[in-house]
Design a protein around this ligand. Structure first.
Ligand SMILES: Cc1cc2nc3c(=O)[nH]c(=O)nc-3n(C[C@H](O)[C@H](O)[C@H](O)COP(=O)(O)OP(=O)(O)OC[C@H]3O[C@@H](n4cnc5c(N)ncnc54)[C@H](O)[C@@H]3O)c2cc1C
Length: 475
């Protein structure tokens, strides 16, 4: 087997947005970097594609702009001119058989004022929320399931009708398992501070109103968020880094001279490694050097889902409601959990095909993955059935594309932050190794970029502790 010495090099394992962000930061700091991606394309869950000749995202499609990291990375790699906010910020909820405008004035579905959910909740559901301040405090301890806490304070209806579909859009998770501390840390802090959740949410809303930065909440990229990975990779290459596709890493061991990164064809020797692969892959690679970290990571579960992207004749979809699409509370027993009207949401999709209308549905969430075994045409048919029931749409699409995301989103059950802390503590015992990615500190693109950048910074500090002194002095 070929042994390639990369003395002085950092190897990044995984070419999703987390690994790419790490590589970009490392190159910017002057490191010599080799990024190894298992598949034949970069980006992981960021995937640009097309339907009927229209460029679309077939994976993630929008990034939170209120967190700076992802938008800043896009700017840094030359995409500033192509950043585009959604053309509409309104959406609907398909609730009890009717499309209702998505209420405003809530934090992940939890309102500061129960009355904003009039029209969504039943009279009993609203009355239950209004009684919240009479209840004794609900202790949250170190962590608690978001659904359990909100249901205890405000009743199950708000969880099932609003929190669950909103959280499902981010984690594809089960709100009654999901860690409040990890998924909505502001709510967790509010729950620790206030006896009343309504009071806590009002406090969050006051704080947000006071320091609301100007500009859109979300941002897309003309041509798709899926174009970001290649742009980052180009910047890495321009900075002297190597980016290798079709290079799965199959072993990671530490020898006297540093790390040995084993692929099918060679062993690459490196000083440092950033492990930016999903938890199951990271677990397998850590099994030799850190069985404890590997065991923790093997316990991280993932949800799988499918996206059904469809192009219709524009003349066939006049009946679709205004706005960027709708969410579906799982409690109503439908198959789709959301639909995004891409042509309405993204100006560049609209402009690309004046005669076509592109939308997508999402199917599957944690514990409900059976649908994903169905044939593509069946997923199209169930999507059309639900779309028809929600909106009256009766037309057939002119083109369809089904994208399955098996193991798409890591789940953050109660206790996840402690698991991540244990993984980091074990990994910290291994000199020159850091982990990053969606499994750790947030699944959203900005959180993934931040975790890659943090891993890169920490690697640079271990290689050159003086950087830390400079860094701190400069703060
Ligand atoms: C369908 C879907 C829609 C989403 N929508 C949004 C959205 O609109 N906005 C948002 O902010 N977030 C969204 N997310 C979440 C977000 O896209 C992901 O959490 C994020 O992109 C994960 O990035 P990552 O780099 O950590 O992991 P990944 O994207 O999983 O990348 C990991 C990479 O590592 C590679 N790899 C694995 N094993 C090895 C190995 N042994 N050797 C070498 N390479 C390896 C993989 O091939 C992959 O390319 C969505 C997620 C999904 C699934």
């Amino acid at each position: 087997m070929n042994v390639e010495s990369r003395t002085g090099r950092v190897v990044v394992i995984g070419g999703g947005i987390s690994g790419l962000a790490a590589a970009h930061r490392l190159v910017g700091a002057g490191a010599r970097v080799t990024l190894l991606e298992a598949t034949d394309q970069l980006g992981g869950k960021l995937l640009a594609g097309e339907i009927a000749g229209v460029p679309v995202d077939l994976g993630a499609e929008s990034m939170l702009a209120r967190r700076p990291e992802a938008v800043a990375l896009a700017r840094a790699v030359g995409l500033a001119d192509r950043l585009q906010p959604p053309a509409t910020a309104t959406a609907s909820l398909w609730n009890r058989g009717a499309l209702t405008p998505m209420p405003k004035g809530h934090v992940m579905g939890v309102p500061g004022d129960p009355e904003v959910l009039g029209g969504i909740l039943s009279a009993e559901g609203l009355a239950r929320m209004r009684r919240e301040r009479e209840l004794p405090r609900t202790e949250v301890g170190d962590d608690i399931a978001l659904g359990a806490y909100v249901a205890a304070r405000l009743g199950r209806e708000v969880v099932d009708r609003l929190v669950e579909p909103l959280l499902g859009g981010v984690y594809a998770g089960d709100v009654y398992r999901t860690s409040m501390r990890a998924s909505v840390p502001q709510l967790f802090e509010a729950a620790r501070t206030y006896d009343s959740l309504l009071d806590g949410v009002r406090d969050i809303q006051r704080g947000a109103a006071a320091k609301q930065p100007a500009g859109p909440v979300f941002m897309g990229i003309e041509g798709g968020i899926g174009t970001l990975p290649d742009a980052v990779a180009d910047a890495v290459r321009a900075g002297g880094g190597e980016v290798l596709l079709r290079t799965p890493v199959i072993g990671l061991t530490r020898g006297a001279g540093g790390w040995q990164v084993r692929t099918d064809e060679r062993v690459i020797e490196a000083d440092s490694v950033v492990l930016a692969a999903p938890a199951w892959a990271a677990s397998a690679l850590l099994s030799a050097e850190s069985p404890a970290a590997a065991a923790e990571l093997s316990a991280v579960e993932y949800a799988s889902m499918a996206l059904v992207t469809m192009a219709f004749r524009r003349s066939d979809v006049a009946a679709l409601p205004a706005g960027s699409g709708f969410l579906v509370p799982p409690v109503d027993g439908r198959t789709i959990k959301a639909s995004t009207f891409s042509t309405r949401k993204w100006g560049w999709v609209d402009a690309a095909a004046p005669d076509l209308f592109v939308l997508r549905t999402s199917i599957g969430r944690y514990g409900e993955e059976d649908h994903l075994h169905r044939e593509d045409h069946e997923l199209v048919d169930v999507s059309l059935r639900d779309l028809g029931a929600a909106t009256g749409l009766a037309a057939r699409p002119v083109a369809t594309e089904v994208t399955r995301w098996i193991g798409g989103l890591p789940q953050y059950p109660v206790g996840h932050p402690d698991r991540v802390a244990r993984v980091r503590a074990e990994v910290a015992k291994l000199p020159g190794l850091r982990v990053c990615g969606a499994a750790y500190d947030g699944v959203g693109i900005p959180a993934c970029v931040a975790s890659g950048q943090r891993a890169a910074e920490e690697i640079m500090l271990t290689r050159d502790p003086a950087r830390g002194t400079d860094h701190e002095a400069g703060e």
